[in-house]
Design a protein around this ligand. Structure first.
Ligand code: 6GU
Length: 271
């Protein structure tokens, strides 16, 4: 996969040289470049922002440097040589913004199938809206938000999204099994984990995990996932397919205050 990140703070993206993602780049699994938006300006001051039409606080990013930068990264991307036969996939342009669609594990999986991702890091009050309209001719444009809070710019969000997508690329995570049993892979939060010693500061590891009974362990872990999800993220249970749950799992949900109705979990009204 090819990834291009455009930012006025390219140094902010330095952590992408570390750890799993850095290793994936070294191994040639991920071709990632960071570009300085100011390199696509033409004035002496390398200006990237200006005052907003209509007034108001803050500054808006000017359209032309963005168009130059995005044209340059598209022209050198894997889909640029469309004349040479196979119809090229449009690169995906991800615009980090608190006003974007919520980024999820499902979207990370979608993006991991793409040939080229381009991240456009806005700062200030954002990028002139016409850039996103114009870019739709060359890219699949996806404004993306990490959640309902405000960051100063897209860079930190890009670190998160590149890591979430990059670890799904073939060969990046050493043991692909570890992708299966993690939070959100099945719409639930992960079960709690323990390691040695079995007693630590008077606290015992749950006995079932020492039992050697793999069926019991799997069931206990599943029920812990239900308990945690009900406690911390009950919103996730609305989408949970409870249609084919074994009796013991229905009982576990009943104990948490949920009944199964038409294959969905329904919170029992408080008595
Ligand atoms: Cl993706 N960008 C910015 N600037 N702020 C955010 C965000 C993204 N997600 C949540 N807050």
């Amino acid at each position: 996969m090819r990834i291009d990140v455009v930012s006025i703070f390219p140094e902010y993206l330095a952590p992408l040289e570390l750890s799993l993602i850095g290793k994936a780049r070294q191994d040639g699994l991920l071709d990632l470049s960071v570009h300085d938006l100011r390199d696509f300006t033409t004035d002496r001051h390398r200006t990237v922002d200006d005052t907003p039409y209509g007034g108001g606080a803050g500054m808006v990013m000017k359209p032309e440097p963005w168009a130059q930068a995005l044209e340059a990264v598209a022209a050198t991307g894997p889909g640029a040589d469309a004349s040479a036969g196979a119809p090229a996939q449009k690169p995906v342009l991800i615009v980090p913004s608190p006003a974007g669609e919520r980024f999820t594990q499902a979207i990370a999986h979608e993006l991991a199938e793409e040939d080229q991702l381009v991240f456009a890091c806005g700062r200030y009050e954002g990028i002139d809206e016409r850039v996103l309209e114009w870019a739709a001719e060359h890219f699949t444009v996806r404004p993306m938000s990490l959640g309902d809070y405000v960051l100063n710019g897209g860079e930190v969000a890009v670190l998160a999204m590149v890591e979430a997508v990059g670890r799904l690329l073939p060969g990046v995570v050493g043991n692909p099994e570890s992708l299966v049993e993690e939070s959100h892979s099945d719409g639930l939060l992960e079960y709690p984990v323990y390691t040695k010693p079995s007693t630590w500061r008077d606290r015992e590891v749950p006995a079932v995990l020492l039992s050697g009974n793999h069926g019991k362990i799997a069931q206990w872990r599943r029920h812990e996932q239900y308990r945690r999800t009900a406690e911390r993220r009950p919103d996730l249970l609305e989408a949970f397919d409870a249609g084919a749950l074994p009796r013991a799992d229905r009982t576990a949900f009943a104990d948490l205050g949920y009944d199964v109705v038409d294959g969905r979990l329904r919170r029992r009204p408080e008595a």
